[in-house]
Each structure stands twice: as structure tokens, then as C-alpha cells.
Design a protein around this ligand. Sequence first.
Ligand SMILES: [Zn+2]
Length: 274
Amino acid sequence: MLSLALALSSALTFPQQTNIYLDVIGDNNDDKDWAFFAPHENENVANDYVAKKIVEKGGVFVVLRQHGDRLVTLEIDDKEIVIDPNRMFTKVGRISSITKLNPTLAKQSLLLNKAEKRAEQLSEFVLETLSGKTPPKTFVAMHNNSNGYMGDGKKGIGNVSIERYQTKLASGAQYLIDVASGTYDEDDLYFVTDKTDFSSMKTNGWNAVLQNPNVAHDPNEDDGSLSVYAEMKGYRYINVEAERVTDGFGEDHLATQKKMVDFTFSLLEQADSK
Ligand SMILES: [Zn+2]
């Protein structure tokens, strides 16, 4: 069955590599000040719902697509080089993601440079599509994660959980400055740059993490993610994370992620009417 998101979308092909494309739902040039983005193609639990809401409320929703996987494969000089599409928004992040995921490239500087350049072009392609003629104030990222987290003593996998963020904060991690632990599953959480958004989420019982604004200036914290890029460029950023089934483990938290999208819209529309 054709998904709703697909039925409503138009596809924009990445000129430098035509097997990469963006599904675009809505209008990046309307008067709405938000743009939604789904960078990881296998994290799509609430995509149809977001598409529906965008059609109803305006703005744009961009889904990065290639072959259905989390990572994007760059094809350069007959070689396949993978990159995490949420690590491509700064040069430091691109180089670090590419060398980490393709260890042999560390010794092939020409190929590494070409891959970094291609990834930069892809990040610009995404940012231009999110922005339209006038960039929005807010980027909303849609992500899904696995049940629990690796090393939680409960056979959890992955690395996203509000419990893990609490541990990180307590142990002095520099990329976050506050964590609110609400009444929802540990894997259903917001990761945000705006203090007011964080407070509203906390007041309403959500799990939420507030990024440390210092990530914009601290090279050690520059991972090339959209949240760091947003902090550098002054965008408001809201990441809507919820659990999904991974290798038969865990469950899709669609109902919760829908509620999280609704709550996000309530914050966006508040700001919009000010
Ligand atoms: Zn993700």
C-alpha cells in the first residue's frame, strides 16, 4: 500500500547522486516558521502522521531517502562510503563520521576529501529544501530509537534513553545542561535547544533534554548533527524521539510519538501567534 506520506509528497533528486532523494510534503515557502526533517530512513514510525499534520497545518516535512537504511551510501570513484546523515551538517562532523564508519579512508585523503565534499553538498541540499526562500525559525527532527540502551542491565540496545541522558548529565557530559524525566517510557523523549520549550515539556510531564548552548563554540562537542548546527546558526531545534521495533525487540510507540508531534505543534503555533 502506498503510504500517505508518499502519496502527498513530491520527490527531489540529489543532483550529485541520483539514487539519493528527498520526499517533500507541504510547502517550504508558505508563511509557517517550521520545517520537519527525518534524516534516518529506517526511523519512520510517525512519518505518515507528520505528513498529515503538515498538510493540515502548513510548513514542510522533508524525508531523506536512498535504500531504506539509517546510513546514506555515497558513491565516489566506484567506492561506497557511508555517512550518518545526522552527522553531515559541519565539516568536523562529516570528517569524523566518515572516518569512523569507513576506517580505511583515514589513509586515503583524496577519497576522504571527495566524500566530505559530497556530504557537504547533501547537507546543503537538505538545508535549502528545509528553508525555501526564507529559512524557518524552527527545525523539528523526527527520530526513533531502540528499547532501553546498551549496558542498562536490562538487555537494552542503542544509546538513546532519558535514563542514559540523566547518567550522562550526572557524569559531567558537556553537550547537555538539563534533563527532565517525566511519566513516559525512557525512550520517548525530546531533545531541544530552547529553554522555554524544555520548561513547557517538563511542566507537561514529558521526558526532555536541553542541549548546552556551548556546543556551538566547543570543537569537542561538534558532531555535525542538526542540533549542533541549529545551535551554531541560531535556529530553534526540537527532536521528537520515540521507541521503535529493532530486530524484533521493543515496540513502535506510535501513539506516544503522535502525542509528542501534537504537543510540538502546540509550541510552534504559540510562537507563531506571538
Ligand atoms: Zn535517528
